[in-house]
Design a protein around this ligand. Sequence first.
Ligand code: TXA
Ligand code: MG
Length: 351
Amino acid sequence: METKQIQILNPHKVKDEELAEAAEILKKGGLVAFPTETVYGLGANGLDEEAAKKIYAAKGRPSDNPLIVHISAPEELESLAAEIPDAAKSLMELYWPGPLTMVFKKKEIVPCGTTGGLDTVAVRMPSDPIARALIRLAGVPVAAPSANRSGRPSPTTAGHVWQDMAGRIEMIIDGGPVGIGVESTIVDVTGPVPVILRPGAVTMEMIKDALGQVEIDPAIVGPVKEGVRPKAPGMKYRHYAPKARMTLVEGEMEQVVRTINRLAREALKGGERVGIICTDETRSCYPAGMIRSIGIRAREETVAHNLYAVLREFDDLEADVIFSESFPGDQIGQAIMNRLTKAAGYHIIKA
Ligand code: TXA
Ligand code: MG
C-alpha cells in the first residue's frame, strides 16, 4: 500500500478542506495517522470492527490489547458509555479536551473488536486542533492507539510514524512535533474509587485534588506478576522498548554521574556501543559514549517531551547498552519514570 503524507502548515488554523481526504479514508474503514497533544495516533472508525482489525495488523499488536476511542465533543460520550459516574463528570469538566482517558462500562454499539473483548471502553477527547477537526469531520468516534509498531517507542513526530508505518496505512497527517510527548493518563472510573491505570500529564496529584481520592494500579509501579491480569491490558507488554539493554541509575546526582561514567567506561572497554541519557544540567559531566540530553531537569515537561525521540535515536544509533539518569516519581515525573522503567525492563540500580 502506498502511504500518502500530508502536511498541515498552521495546525491551529487547520481548515476542514485540508482534512477532507483523511476523514473520507476513516469513513471508508481505512487508517490515518494523526497528531494529538500527547503522541501521534493511528486512527480508524471505532465502531467498525473490520477497521479496528486493520489497526492491530498495521501495528503488529496483540488483539487482546484494547484501543482508546477518541471523540471531538463531550456529548459524544453518551453514545459510547453506559454510565457516566460523577467522578468522570468532574474530571471531564477540568481536563477535557486534554491528555486524559477514562474507562467506562461500554454500550452495545462499541464493538468488542475495539475493546479487546472487554465490556468497558476507554474514551478520550484530545485538545489537538487537527485531531479534533479530523474526528468531527469523520463523523464517528475514532479508535486510535499510538502510531508505532508494537514494542517501539510511541511516535512524537510524523517522521517517527513514517519510520514505523510507511506502506502499512493509507495516510499520515504531519502536524509537526507533539506538545506533551507521553501518552494520556488513563483513569478507570467504573468502580467506587477511580484508579489510575497509566500515569500521564494529568497527574495523580491533579486527580486527587479534583476528586479527593484516587488509587494507582500496581502495574504502574512495578513489573506485572505472573498470572496477574493488569486492568489496562497494554501495561503487561514490554512497551516502549529500545533495542539496547537499558539501565536506570537512581540516587544523589553526583553519585549517579559517577556511577554512569564508570559503567560506560567498562562497557566501552568491552567494545559495546554505549548510550547515555542525561539532562541539560549534567551534559558536560560525561566524557565518553553517545551522550543525549533528554531535557531540562528543572523543567520536567521538557523531559516528557523528548523521552521517546531519545529512545528512538538510540535505536537508530544501534546502541548496545543505555545508561540513564532517573527522575523523582511525583507529578509528571510519575509518567516519565513509568516509561523509563518499562524501557529498562525494570532494571534499576542505586548509585
Ligand atoms: O495519549 C494517548 O492515549 C494516545 C493518543 C493516540 O491518544 N493513545 C494511546 O493508545 O496511547 P495506546 O493504544 O497506545 O494505549 C492504550 C492503553 C493500553 O495500555 C490499553 O491496554 C489501555 O489503554 N486501554 C484501552 N482500553 C481499555 C479498557 N477498556 N480498559 C482498560 N485499559 C484500556
Ligand atoms: Mg501505545
